[in-house]
Design a binder for this molecule. Structure first.
Ligand SMILES: NC(=O)C1=CN([C@@H]2O[C@H](COP(=O)(O)OP(=O)(O)OC[C@H]3O[C@@H](n4cnc5c(N)ncnc54)[C@H](OP(=O)(O)O)[C@@H]3O)[C@@H](O)[C@H]2O)C=CC1
Ligand SMILES: CC(=O)N[C@@H](CCC(=O)OP(=O)(O)O)C(=O)O
Length: 344
């Protein structure tokens, strides 16, 4: 059994980790932290977990207890893993961070987008970006994993086949992305109120969103050169889901794009390339650790449109984190992650 600790157990990604790990046959959650709910039994806060975690209660973060775990997930706002990851690694505990703390390789770039100095630049060199479809072999050897963000997961997986094959004009890529409201976390905020988010939709952070450098970093790696990317996130009236509509110019019309995408993801258990002409729906991946993709070339023109959907809390966060755990501990990558999406 892999002994698991979770820092930040009361947030949406923390409780999603608990939901997924409840079905995982090779893990045991032994520590779960919350400063505000310390002492409360997990199932008293989250009744969906009744019967799954009898005896487990939230506790304040304690390095000694966390350091006795085989692996600790951070499901916390940025900055928290910076402060604690080093001590845990020294104690021999592996770290899987769901926040953005170790996603950018450049500490100055991180400081610019997150508005504070990087708190652990000495760990950046060994941090592995946890996108299994790109980095599986590095993940296997890692001690510290940075789980990709939700928009970055859907967007990178959609663009990768075109960029790796050198087919797209990399100077002008467009990612038009929509997110459900749970992407903003569980913290109370006027912008997340039902009356503010339902029956309405809006773009935000057009000038620059903190996921822009993360996506650019991944696409640069895939293309082998700098890319020009316009990324526009939108808030939509759904609870879970990311829908990325991606545009790239591919001048060579002789290439069979459907075959290219199918071949790229043929051995990937959590990427589903849909039949030609499909329009994937976010509800088809709700609760599932799946990225569902369709590729189109409208009117046989040179502009290719890729549609990529994920559940922000699963393949966009906690599911991908569990996938990383499975790889890290040499387990079957699919353990605990076999849920189908929920229709309707
Ligand atoms: N929501 C989403 O779709 C996605 C979120 N993420 C990332 O995952 C992380 C968690 O997100 P989410 O679950 O939405 O966040 P929430 O805001 O819903 O929850 C945050 C959790 O962290 C704990 N926490 C806050 N501050 C500290 C601190 N200083 N020390 C220890 N614990 C702390 C909180 O508990 P308490 O204050 O009681 O200690 C709470 O349990 C964030 O970095 C987010 O960006 C990544 C991908 C998708
Ligand atoms: C709808 C919404 O507010 N989404 C969040 C992104 C989701 C998220 O939590 O970002 P990470 O993946 O980096 O953790 C935002 O735009 O900041």
């Amino acid at each position: 059994m892999v002994k698991v600790g979770i820092v930040g157990g009361t947030g949406y990604t923390g409780v999603e980790l608990l939901r997924l790990l409840a079905q995982h046959p090779q893990t045991e959650v032994v520590v779960i932290t919350s400063r505000s709910e310390a002492g409360l039994a997990v199932a008293d806060m989250y009744p969906n977990l009744r019967g799954h975690y009898d005896g487990l209660a939230f506790s304040v973060p304690d390095i000694k207890a966390l350091g006795a775990c085989d692996v600790v997930f951070f499901a916390t706002p940025h900055g928290v893993a910076h402060a604690l990851a080093g001590e845990l690694l020294d104690a021999g505990t592996k770290v899987i961070d769901l926040s953005a703390d170790f996603r950018l390789q450049d500490a100055d770039e991180w400081a610019k987008w997150y508005g504070q100095p990087h708190g652990a630049p000495e760990l950046l060199e060994e941090a592995v970006y946890g996108l299994p479809e790109v980095n599986r072999e590095h993940i296997r050897q890692a001690r510290l994993i940075a789980v990709p963000g939700c928009y970055p997961t859907a967007t990178q997986l959609g663009f990768l086949p075109l960029l790796e094959a050198g087919l797209a004009d990399t100077s002008r890529l467009i990612a038009d992305c929509k997110s459900g409201v749970s992407g903003a976390g569980r913290g109370a905020a006027v912008g997340s109120l039902y009356s503010e988010t339902s029956e309405s939709m809006k773009a935000y952070a057009v000038k620059g969103h903190r996921h822009l450098p993360e996506i650019r970093q991944g696409l640069r790696r895939a293309a082998g050169k700098d890319v020009g990317l316009t990324f526009v996130p939108h808030l939509t009236p759904m609870i879970r889901g990311i829908h990325s509509t991606l545009y790239a110019t591919v001048a060579d019309r002789s290439v069979d794009l459907q075959a290219l995408f199918e071949k790229r993801y043929a051995n990937e258990p959590f990427v589903d390339v849909m039949p030609a002409g499909s329009h994937p729906e976010t509800r088809s991946v709700r609760g599932a650790n799946v990225c569902r993709i369709a590729v189109h070339r409208p009117q046989d023109g040179d502009l290719v449109v890729v549609l990529s959907v994920i559940d922000n809390l699963v393949k966009g966060a906690s599911g991908q984190a569990v996938q990383n755990l499975n790889i890290l501990f040499g387990l079957d990558e699919k353990l605990g992650l076999s849920h189908a999406g929920m229709l309707p």
